[in-house]
Design a protein around this ligand. Structure first.
Ligand code: C2E
Ligand code: MG
Ligand code: MG
Ligand code: MG
Length: 293
């Protein structure tokens, strides 16, 4: 009987595996199609505000995929599949093009310089040199230097190769800034901060979530902020959902914040409305009719 049930479990287990393998394949196939259908993938923008005056200064570009029968597929599911299938290069270029286009559009319509950051996953960042040139080409073609930042994770910077240093220097020369995403969750060696010229540290949401009740996480956040400032970097806190969290981060001297308290990621036209309502100190008022997309 034991053997019997073991066998059943095994059958059950392999079936579950088959199903997930099947699903992954299905999602990958549909993702390939989505790249050609131009209404499934969209880039949303989430405001990044200055914590001292609440003004929107930056935005993070976040991919959204609405599939006709799979529904909303989350980036945490399809980005890794896109990497495995070799689709991440094409997707990443498209996201960057969207970012470049919108930063220009918003600058010309609202007179507001909004820096847009795009995410580059480790494999995406590691792909051959040609990609770096492609990034610079897209940014140069869109005259977007100074308006684009690239978010990479700590793991990327463990690479000791001269190529990495060279690539980051190229970005710098092209006016592209660099942020470290999910800071504090990766490898704890911070030696790379001396080696590379990083512009922003993004404090991971796991430290922000209970910052007002958890003294350890508050200390970690405060320490990151002090260290970043001493090393000439600025700090963006991710995942701010409540007033208490915001107040703690303001008290700690954090420069920028991002999170549902301010706004979730929204489509481009909604972002533009946020910009117009945000009473930015630098915003130039424009006639309403000029705001139609
Ligand atoms: P990330 O870069 O750390 O992005 C921040 C995530 O936090 C986003 O999830 C955002 O929607 C979410 N978020 C923002 N504010 C709040 C908040 O107040 N509370 C909570 N709970 N969450 C908040 P999303 O859009 O699901 O993206 C997940 C991850 O997928 C991103 O993490 C990023 O690593 C990756 N990703 C998204 N778009 C792209 C892309 O275009 N390219 C690449 N390579 N990766 C992407
Ligand atoms: Mg990010
Ligand atoms: Mg993050
Ligand atoms: Mg710097």
């Amino acid at each position: 009987a034991a053997k019997q049930s073991g066998k059943q479990q095994f059958t059950y287990f392999t079936r579950a595996l088959d199903e997930s393998a099947h699903r992954r394949l299905q999602i990958t196939t549909e993702l390939r199609r989505a790249l050609d259908a131009d209404d499934q993938l969209k880039v949303y923008f989430q405001p990044i505000v200055r914590l001292d005056d609440g003004g929107i200064r930056k935005a993070e570009a976040l991919l959204r995929w609405h599939h006709p029968w799979l529904g909303e597929v989350e980036p945490s599911i399809f980005i890794p599949l896109a990497e495995e299938a070799g689709l991440i290069g094409a997707i990443g270029d498209w996201v960057l093009e969207q970012a470049v286009e919108h930063s220009r559009l918003w600058q010309s319509r609202n007179g507001t310089q909004i820096q847009i950051s795009i995410n580059q996953s480790p494999t995406q960042f590691a792909v051959r040199r040609a990609r770096t040139d492609r990034v610079m080409e897209i940014v140069a073609k869109g005259h977007a230097a100074g308006n684009i930042a690239i978010e990479i994770t700590e793991g990327v910077l463990l690479d000791d190769s001269p190529e990495l240093k060279e690539r980051l220097l190229h970005y710098r020369d092209a006016g592209i800034q660099v942020s470290i995403d999910d800071f504090g969750t990766g490898y704890s060696s911070m030696a790379y901060l001396k080696k590379f010229d990083i512009d922003y540290l993004k404090i991971d949401q796991s430290f922000v979530r209970d910052i007002h009740t958890n003294a350890v996480n508050r200390t970690i956040a405060e320490t990151i902020i002090v260290m970043a400032h001493k090393l000439g970097m600025e700090v963006i806190a991710e995942g701010i959902e409540t007033e208490e969290q915001r107040a703690c981060l303001v008290a700690a001297g954090c420069d920028y914040g991002q999170g549902f308290l301010f706004a979730p990621p929204v489509p481009a036209h909604a972002f533009e409305l946020l910009l117009q309502n945000a009473a930015l100190p630098t915003a130039v008022p424009i006639p309403l009719r000029a705001t139609k997309m």
